[in-house]
Design a protein around this ligand. Structure first.
Ligand code: G3H
Ligand code: 13P
Ligand code: ZN
Length: 312
């Protein structure tokens, strides 16, 4: 089937009490690992592209890779989404360039400015059959080289969400409830916590409206150990416990963003392979286990965290 928007995916996810995985893509092995896992498990999937990914791989290569994945996995719905679009221009460029979904991230702007920029993107996107995700509240961590310190991070105010959604006409909304970007989400000894009360209140105020969770990697400790054992340095890397993500999936959260876990899986596989095979210099030799690691990670998320296996 051709690329789809997320409208149908989110409707089914909300009703079914599960979430769809949105995985960041930067190269062929990542696209293949994700879509092969989704296809084998008959799951819907969102492939998302950041500004950094477009800079690294070029827009056209990423779109062509996703087109190839559609041809290779014709039976599952796949959406192509812009992750953290900073302004109208990048959103327009992706809408014009074949994406079916864009995020306008106005979370660092004042409320009225966030509304105005989001509204502008929504008008253009909807005229072109594309859906829009926006963000209200600030996550800590690193988004495209913008480092939001913990002190600057702010939970979403549920009282603002209705006004924001009504005035912008946006299709889904990312909220801040304690997740953060990257592999260092909590300090050692700190108890991971998410503000489920905020999520519940948002769900009550906006029934049936799809909520998005960014910064949702769990940073599996077995893989961090592999990385550190084979020469890496990721001390104190800590993510969101998977049971919390499972719980969020049964609530209003319909899209869960995962990037760091795919990076960790690939890096662990490549470090191990290189350490155990010092004579190898053909990239296919170490990118094959890396691609398998992506596939295994995504399959695990689909089956054990998101609950979207068999929902294509
Ligand atoms: O939210 C950020 C995503 O993990 C994308 O990261 O900007 O390094 O591609 P990136
Ligand atoms: P992680 O860094 O937790 O994987 O979050 C990714 C993300 O939110 C992409 O938008
Ligand atoms: Zn994000």
């Amino acid at each position: 089937m051709p690329l789809v928007t997320t409208t149908e995916m989110f409707k089914k996810a909300y009703e079914g009490g599960y979430a769809v995985g949105a995985f960041n893509v930067n190269n062929m092995e990542i696209v293949q690992g994700i879509t092969e896992a989704a296809s084998e498990l008959n799951a819907p999937v969102i492939l998302q592209v950041s500004a950094g990914a477009r800079k690294y791989a070029k827009h056209v290569y990423l779109v062509k890779l996703v087109e190839a994945a559609i041809a290779d996995c014709p039976d599952i719905p796949i959406a192509l989404h812009l992750d953290h679009g900073a302004d109208f221009e990048i959103c327009k460029s992706c809408i014009d360039g074949g994406f079916t979904s864009v995020m306008i991230d106005g979370s660092s702007r004042p409320f009225e400015e966030n509304i105005a920029e989001t509204r502008k993107v929504v008008e253009y996107a909807h005229d072109h059959g594309v859906v829009v995700e926006a963000e209200l509240g600030k996550l800590a961590g690193i988004e495209d080289a913008v480092n939001v310190s913990e002190a600057d991070a702010q939970f979403t105010n549920p009282a603002e969400v209705e006004e924001f959604v009504t005035r912008t006409g946006v299709d889904s909304l990312a909220i801040a409830i304690g997740t953060s970007h990257g592999a260092y989400k909590f300090k050692p000894g700190q108890k991971p916590q998410l503000r489920f009360d905020i999520l519940e209140e948002v769900g009550r105020r906006l029934p049936q409206f799809p909520i998005v969770l960014h910064g949702a990697s769990s940073v599996p400790q077995d893989l961090v150990k592999v990385i550190n054992h084979f020469g890496g340095q990721m001390p104190d890397a800590i993510g969101i416990p998977e049971e919390m993500l499972r719980k969020a999936s049964t609530m209003a959260v319909c899209k869960i963003n995962i990037d760091s876990d795919v990076r960790v899986a690939m890096t662990a596989a490549i470090r191990k392979h290189m350490a155990e095979n010092p004579s190898h210099f053909d990239p296919r030799q170490y990118l094959t286990p890396a691609r398998t690691a992506v596939k295994e990670m995504v399959a695990h998320k689909i089956k054990d965290v998101l609950g979207c296996a068999g929902k294509a």
